[in-house]
Design a protein around this ligand. Structure first.
Ligand SMILES: Cc1cc2nc3c(=O)[nH]c(=O)nc-3n(C[C@H](O)[C@H](O)[C@H](O)COP(=O)(O)O)c2cc1C
Length: 242
C-alpha cells in the first residue's frame, strides 16, 4: 500500500501511542492496547475520514506493530523457542526480566490451584559451577547468566492434590521458557526430578528440606545461537473423534 507522507505520519503516531500504552501498563495485552486506542480516538478517526486519510483497522495496526516493534503472537513465540545451550557469557539479565519470567511461571495452572512451586534464582558463579558438577547435562551454565531451579513444595499438595506436582511444575516451566523467548532470552530445561540421585544432590547443595523437591534447572541467558523450533506437526499422533 502506497502511503502519503501525512498518512505515514498518522500511522507512526498511532503506533507510538499504542506502544506508550503498553509501556505504561506492562500487563496490558497488545490487543487491549489496540482496543483502547481505537475506542478513545473516535474523533480522530472521523477527522481522518474527513481529511481523506483512511481508517486503519486494529488488525492492520497489529500487523505493523509486529513488523516494526517486534511484537509476537503466542503461536510465533512457541515456534521460536528452542533449547539454547550457548550464551553470551557475562550478559546481564535484569531483575525485572527475571521477575517477568518468574511471574509467567506463577501464572500457570495447577491442580486445585495448589500452586505448589518454589523458585531458587542462582546468579552466583560458584554455585552455578557446583550445579554443573552434580548434573552433567547442565554444562550450558558455563555461559548462561543465571539458573532458576523450579521446586515443588509437597506440603502444599497434601490431601488436596497429592501427586500432581510434576504436571504443575511442567506447566510452570513451559510458561517460563515461552516468556523468556518473548524477552529474547534463551533457556534450557534440564531435568532433575524424578532421578533420585539428582534430587538428593540438589537437596544437599541447596540445603532443602524433605518436602521440597528440586524439579529442574532452567538455564537463562542471552542466546549466542539462533532461535527456531525443532518441533513439528505430526498428524499420525492425533486421533480425531467427531
Ligand atoms: C524433562 C526434560 C529434561 C531435559 N533435560 C535436559 C538436560 O538435562 N540437559 C539439556 O541440555 N537439555 C535437556 N532438556 C532439553 C531437551 O533436550 C530438548 O527440549 C529437546 O531435545 C527438544 O529440543 P528443543 O527444546 O530445542 O525443542 C530436557 C527437556 C525436558 C522436557
Amino acid at each position: 500500500m502506497n502511503r502519503t507522507k501525512e498518512q505515514e505520519f498518522l500511522i507512526q503516531n498511532m503506533i507510538s501511542q499504542i506502544v506508550s500504552y503498553i509501556a505504561e501498563d506492562k500487563n496490558i495485552l497488545v490487543e487491549d492496547a489496540l482496543k483502547s486506542f481505537f475506542d478513545t480516538n473516535i474523533s480522530k478517526k472521523i477527522e481522518d475520514v474527513e481529511t481523506g486519510y483512511y481508517l486503519e483497522s486494529p488488525s492492520y495496526v497489529y500487523e505493523i506493530l509486529k513488523k516494526e516493534e517486534g511484537f509476537m503472537s503466542v503461536n510465533e513465540i512457541i515456534k521460536k523457542r528452542k533449547s539454547i545451550r550457548k550464551y553470551e557469557k557475562g550478559a546481564v539479565v535484569t531483575e525485572e526480566q527475571i521477575k517477568t519470567i518468574l511471574e509467567a511461571g506463577m501464572l500457570a495452572p495447577s491442580a486445585c490451584n495448589s500452586r505448589p512451586f518454589q523458585f531458587i534464582v542462582v546468579r552466583n558463579r560458584e554455585k552455578l559451577e557446583e550445579i554443573m558438577k552434580i548434573h552433567p547435562y547442565t554444562q550450558m551454565l558455563e555461559t548462561a547468566s543465571l539458573a532458576i531451579i523450579v521446586c515443588a513444595d509437597l506440603n502444599l499438595q497434601n490431601e488436596i492434590s497429592e501427586g500432581y506436582f510434576p504436571e504443575d511444575c511442567g506447566a510452570v516451566t513451559e510458561n517460563m521458557l515461552l516468556q523468556a523467548t518473548e524477552l529474547e532470552l534463551g533457556t534450557c530445561w534440564c531435568g532433575v526430578y524424578p532421578k533420585e540421585d539428582k534430587v538428593a544432590n540438589f537437596r544437599k547443595l541447596f540445603n532443602l528440606p524433605e518436602n521440597i523437591v528440586p524439579f529442574n534447572v532452567i538455564a537463562v541467558g542471552k542466546p549466542a545461537e539462533e532461535f527456531g523450533s525443532r518441533g513439528f506437526y505430526e498428524e499420525e499422533k492425533v486421533t480425531w473423534i467427531d
